[in-house]
Write a protein that binds this ligand. Structure first.
Ligand code: IVH
Length: 683
C-alpha cells in the first residue's frame, strides 16, 4: 500500500470511529473542528486519487437526521450541503477552479451571507399559504415537522405579509435555518434554572431537539427563530440571481438574516471576512462562518456538483474556537487580590487563529467538579478576546496514566497558608505584602487599562522591584534618573522616556486613577460613577457604605469593598505618598461622554462613510478610548472605512478585530459592548 493509500485508510478508520462516538454514543472525543480537518484531508486525498475512494468512506455517506417519529416528506429537489473553505487561499482556489470550468472571460460576482449555526428547514407555500415544513433528513427525504414549524413566530404562515406585496407564486419551496437567538437560548436556560433542571450547553442541539418534539406545544413554548436564504423550487416564478432571490424573499415578508450583501468580486468578499469575524460575537445569532454564493444562478447551475456539494457556493468557516489538546501541568498564580488561579500548561494547539499553550482552569473547585487530571486530553475554548479556558476533560481518551490535581496548601511566594473564605470557591493568599500580590498590583497599576505608563512593562516592573527601587505603587513617582541609569539595559533615552511617561501619569483623570488602584469590583464604569459623584479621592475616602451604595449602578457589596480598601492604613499611606509626589486626585472639569471605550486603543484606516478622521478621533476620545497611528498586538480595534490601507492586513495578521462604522457606533450607542473577558458558561 502506498503512503497515500495508507493515510486514506487511517483517516477513514478515524472518521468512522468519531462518527460512532458522536452519533451512537453521544460522547465525542474530538471537536467538530478537528473532525472537519480530518474529513477535509480525506476529501482532498480522494479528489486527487479517486481510485482510493471506498464504499465505506465517510465522504460517501449522505448525512441523515431522520427519526421514526415523523411522517416522511420527499423534497422537490435534493437538499444539498456546502464544501468548506478555511482561508483566503481556499477561496481563491475555489474561484480559480470555477473559472476554469466556465467559458473564458467569465466574470463572477457573489453574495455574502452569514452561515447560521442551526438546522436546515424546507418550507412549502402553496398559493401563499404555508402547507408543509420538513427537516433536511438525508437530503432527499425529510421529517415532516409542519406543526412545529408553524409555532416559529417570525415565519409567515401566509405570503406576502403585506397586502400590497408581490403576488405569491403558485408554489414556492424555500430553504432556511432554524435556531435560537442568543438571548432566547439564555431565556430557555434561565427557565431550566428556575425549574432546577440542568442547563442546555449547545444551542444547535437544543434547537434540533425542540424542532423534533412530538408535542408541538413544547416547541411553541421555546422561542425558535428562522432565517430564510434560498429557493428550492418555484412554480410560477423565476429568478436569475441569488441576490434577487434574497430581495424577493424579503419582499414577500420572509425573515432574511441581517448582514447579507452583494459584492462584485471575490476580493470584495475577502475584504469583508475580518469584519464578520470580529462582529460575530456582537450578533444576535450564532454563526460559524459565512456563505459565499455565485450570484448568477445559471452559471452556478452550469458549475454542477462535487459529491453532494454544489460548486457554486462555499462556506468560509471561522477559525475554530474549540480544540482538544493534552494538559501537561498545572501552575498556580496569585493575583493582586490574593486570589489563586490554577492555570493549565497545554501542549500547544492552534485555536481561533493563534497558538495557545496556556489556559485558565478558573479555580480548584471547578477542577475537582470536572475531575480534570494532569495528562488528560482536554477541550480548550477561546471566544472573542477572552482568555482561553479549559472546558473539561475528554473522559473517553483516558489511559489510566492521568494524575489528579491537588490544590496547594501554601502560597509559593509568601509561604502563607491559603485560605478559602466562607461560601467562596476560590482560594486566597491572605498576606497583602505577599511579593507576588505586590508585583501583580503594581503591574496592573501601570498597565494599559490602568494608569498606562508607557515603557513600564511587566519585565521592567519586575526588575525595579528586584533591585529594590519600588516596593509599592507610590515609589514609581519617586524614581530618579541617576540611579536608574546604573541599571543594566537602562540607557539615557529609555530612562528619559520612562520618567516622562511617569510624569504624564501623574495627571490622569480621577476615574482612571481610581481604576488603577485595582479595588475589588471597581473597573472603568464604576470608577467613573465614583469620580463623578465624589469629585476627589478625599471625599471618596471618607464616604460611608450607605453613601456609596446610594449611587445608581453601585450595590452594597461593591460599596463595602471600596470602604474596606480606604480603611486599610497601608493603602492610606501609599495614597498619601502619591499625593505628596503630585499625583492628581481630583476630578477635572470636563467629564468624558462615557467610559465605554476606556482602555481601548483604536487605529483608523480608510474613509468612513459619515465621519471624518478628526470626528472619529474626537468620538473615541470622548468615550474614553484612544487613537494610535500603527497597528500592533496592543491595538484593540481597527476602525475601517472604504479603501483601507495595509493596516487592515496587519490587523488581520495580528488577530486585531476590524470593525466598520456601524459596528463602532454599536459599541458607543447601543451599549453593545466590545468583547470583554467574561465568565465561561457554567458546566
Ligand atoms: S446554502 C446548496 N446559505 O450550512 C446550498 N446554507 O454547511 C447549500 N447554512 O446545510 C446551503 N446558513 O444548513 C446556505 N446562508 C446560508 C446558510 C446555510 C447556514 C447551513 C445549511 C447547510 C449548512 C452547510
Amino acid at each position: 500500500m502506498t503512503d497515500i493509500a495508507a493515510r486514506a485508510a487511517e483517516l477513514r478508520d478515524q472518521l468512522n470511529f468519531h462518527i460512532y462516538r458522536y452519533h451512537v454514543l453521544g460522547d465525542p472525543v474530538i471537536t467538530d473542528a478537528e473532525y472537519d480537518l480530518l474529513y477535509r484531508e480525506l476529501q482532498q486525498i480522494e479528489a486527487e486519487h479517486p481510485e482510493l475512494i471506498t464504499p465505506d468512506s465517510p465522504t460517501q455517506r449522505a448525512g441523515s437526521d431522520l427519526s421514526e417519529d415523523f411522517p416522511k416528506v420527499r423534497h422537490p429537489a435534493p437538499i444539498l450541503s456546502l464544501s468548506n473553505a478555511f482561508s483566503e487561499d481556499d477561496l481563491r482556489a475555489w474561484e480559480e477552479r470555477n473559472l476554469r470550468l466556465l467559458p473564458a472571460g467569465t466574470k463572477l460576482d457573489y453574495t455574502l451571507e452569514p452561515k447560521l449555526d442551526g438546522l436546515t428547514i424546507v418550507i412549502t407555500y402553496e398559493n401563499g399559504v404555508l402547507t408543509q415544513a420538513a427537516t433536511r433528513g438525508n437530503g432527499e427525504l425529510g421529517d415532516d415537522v409542519t406543526a412545529n414549524v408553524r409555532t416559529i413566530r417570525n415565519l409567515p404562515l401566509r405570503i406576502p405579509v403585506n397586502r400590497d406585496g408581490p403576488h405569491p407564486p403558485e408554489k414556492l419551496v424555500v430553504r432556511g435555518e432554524v435556531m435560537f437567538l442568543k438571548k432566547d437560548f439564555e431565556k430557555v436556560n434561565r427557565k431550566q434554572d428556575e425549574l432546577g433542571l440542568p442547563r442546555y450547553v449547545n444551542a444547535r442541539n437544543t434547537a434540533s431537539g425542540t424542532l423534533k418534539q412530538k408535542d408541538s406545544r413544547i416547541t411553541a413554548s421555546r422561542p425558535l427563530t428562522c432565517y430564510v436564504y434560498g429557493v428550492v423550487q418555484a412554480v410560477g416564478a423565476k429568478w436569475d440571481k441569488q441576490w434577487d432571490i434574497l430581495n424577493a424573499l424579503r419582499d414577500f415578508g420572509f425573515p432574511v438574516a441581517p448582514g447579507v450583501g452583494y459584492y462584485p468580486t471575490l476580493s470584495d468578499i475577502i475584504q469583508q471576512l475580518p469584519t464578520w469575524e470580529s462582529r460575530r460575537i456582537q450578533l444576535d445569532f450564532e454563526i460559524d462562518g459565512v456563505v459565499i454564493k455565485v450570484n448568477d444562478l445559471r452559471l452556478a447551475d452550469e458549475l454542477g456538483f462535487v459529491g453532494k456539494d454544489p460548486r457554486g457556493a462555499i462556506a468560509y468557516k471561522f477559525p475554530s474556537e474549540e480544540m482538544t489538546t493534552k494538559l501537561l501541568d498545572v501552575v498556580v498564580t496569585v493575583g493582586r487580590t490574593g486570589k489563586v488561579t490554577p492555570g493549565a500548561k497545554l501542549e500547544p494547539v492552534f485555536l481561533g487563529g493563534v497558538t495557545v499553550s496556556n489556559a485558565s482552569l478558573h479555580n480548584f473547585d471547578q477542577v475537582a467538579k470536572l475531575d480534570i487530571r494532569i495528562g488528560d486530553t482536554v477541550i480548550v475554548k477561546r471566544s472573542g478576546e477572552v482568555i482561553p479556558y479549559v472546558v473539561g476533560p475528554v473522559l473517553g481518551m483516558r489511559d489510566g496514566a492521568e494524575r489528579p490535581i491537588v490544590p496547594p496548601e501554601y502560597c509559593p511566594y509568601s509561604g502563607d497558608r491559603f485560605v478559602q473564605p466562607e461560601g467562596m470557591v476560590d482560594l486566597f493568599c491572605p498576606n497583602p505584602q505577599c511579593p507576588e500580590r505586590l508585583y501583580r498590583s503594581i503591574e496592573f497599576f501601570v498597565s494599559r487599562g490602568a494608569l498606562d505608563i508607557e515603557g513600564m512593562g511587566p519585565q521592567t516592573v519586575k526588575t525595579l522591584m528586584e533591585k529594590g527601587f519600588i516596593r509599592d505603587e507610590a515609589d514609581i513617582f519617586y524614581l530618579q534618573r541617576e540611579p536608574l541609569l546604573e541599571l543594566e539595559g537602562f540607557a539615557d533615552k529609555k530612562v528619559d522616556n520612562l520618567l516622562a511617561s511617569i510624569e504624564a501619569a501623574k495627571h490622569r483623570p480621577l476615574a482612571q486613577f481610581l481604576t488603577s488602584l485595582g479595588i475589588d469590583g471597581v473597573g472603568g464604569v464604576v470608577a467613573t460613577l465614583l469620580a463623578n459623584h465624589f469629585g476627589s479621592i478625599d471625599a471618596l475616602m471618607n464616604a460611608s457604605v450607605e453613601e456609596i451604595d446610594a449611587i445608581e449602578g453601585i450595590g452594597p457589596v461593591l460599596a463595602q469593598s471600596v470602604v474596606d480598601y480606604f480603611a486599610d492604613p497601608y493603602r492610606r499611606r501609599v495614597l498619601d505618598k502619591m499625593r505628596a509626589a503630585g499625583v492628581n486626585m481630583q476630578a477635572e472639569q470636563k467629564a468624558a461622554a462615557s467610559n465605554k471605550l476606556a482602555g481601548l486603543a483604536f487605529v483608523l484606516t480608510g474613509t468612513l462613510p459619515n465621519l471624518s478622521r478628526e470626528q472619529a478621533t474626537e468620538l473615541i476620545e470622548a468615550h474614553g478610548g484612544k487613537v494610535t497611528g500603527s497597528v500592533s498586538k496592543k491595538t484593540s480595534y481597527v476602525l475601517m472605512g472604504d479603501s483601507p490601507g495595509s493596516k487592515a492586513d496587519k490587523a488581520r495578521q495580528l488577530g486585531v478585530p476590524i470593525i466598520d462604522e456601524m459596528a463602532f457606533r454599536m459599541m458607543i450607542e447601543d451599549g453593545s459592548n466590545p468583547p470583554s473577558p467574561g465568565q465561561p458558561p457554567l458546566l
